[in-house]
Design a protein around this ligand. Sequence first.
Ligand code: PRP
Ligand code: URA
Length: 209
Amino acid sequence: MSTVHVLDHPLIAHKLSILRSKDTPVKEFRELVGEIAGLMCYEATRSLPTREVEVQTPIGPAHCRELAGKKLAIVPILRAGLGMVDSMVSLIPSAKIGHIGLYRDPETHLPVEYYCKLPEDIGNREVFVVDPMLATGGSAIAAIDFLKKHGCRHIIMMNIIGAPEGVKAVTEAHPDVDLYLAALDDHLNENAYIVPGLGDAGDRIFGTK
Ligand code: PRP
Ligand code: URA
């Protein structure tokens, strides 16, 4: 059964309050998406396995820990997921990056696939799927389905804001996938937008409206 982590941290909460505001301009919005993703990455990687290593400091030997286990990959759902990638890569520089392009049909709200490119060895990696918004869950489920078809068995989903409807749909479809959210909002409106949410994440990151 999936574990759903709703991150409760003063820095995330503060940044989220600015992110949600309709008055926050594109530049600041984009910066905040990256900053929140970095803070979320810190929590979402907490249980990665480590192994002991001995390092020589200028003074003498130090017993340290380094990352062990599977190599990592970050897979943003285009477009809005791109806003979360740079800050994650700055924390995990050796991660490979895949891209899954999906948009929601405005009438049906169902995801439509338009682009996919994954690292060749994606099936051997622990994968962090990133997208600021989890609304109906359709896009997340389609992305995870696609990754599983490519052999991925260790997948973590990171969304800045989730709706209960989306969380339910993803955890039912993929009970082996854990979710990390910065906030769990109230509900979806008649257009399947998250309430209160932050509006259209892609448009606000890229300034397209
Ligand atoms: C948004 C968002 C998610 C999706 C969430 O993308 O970034 O990918 O909607 O909705 P869902 O949970 O109901 O599938 P959108 O389709 O607007 O595309 P964009 O990133 O290109 O703007
Ligand atoms: N996609 C967004 O960008 N925002 C929502 O509220 C729902 C889907």
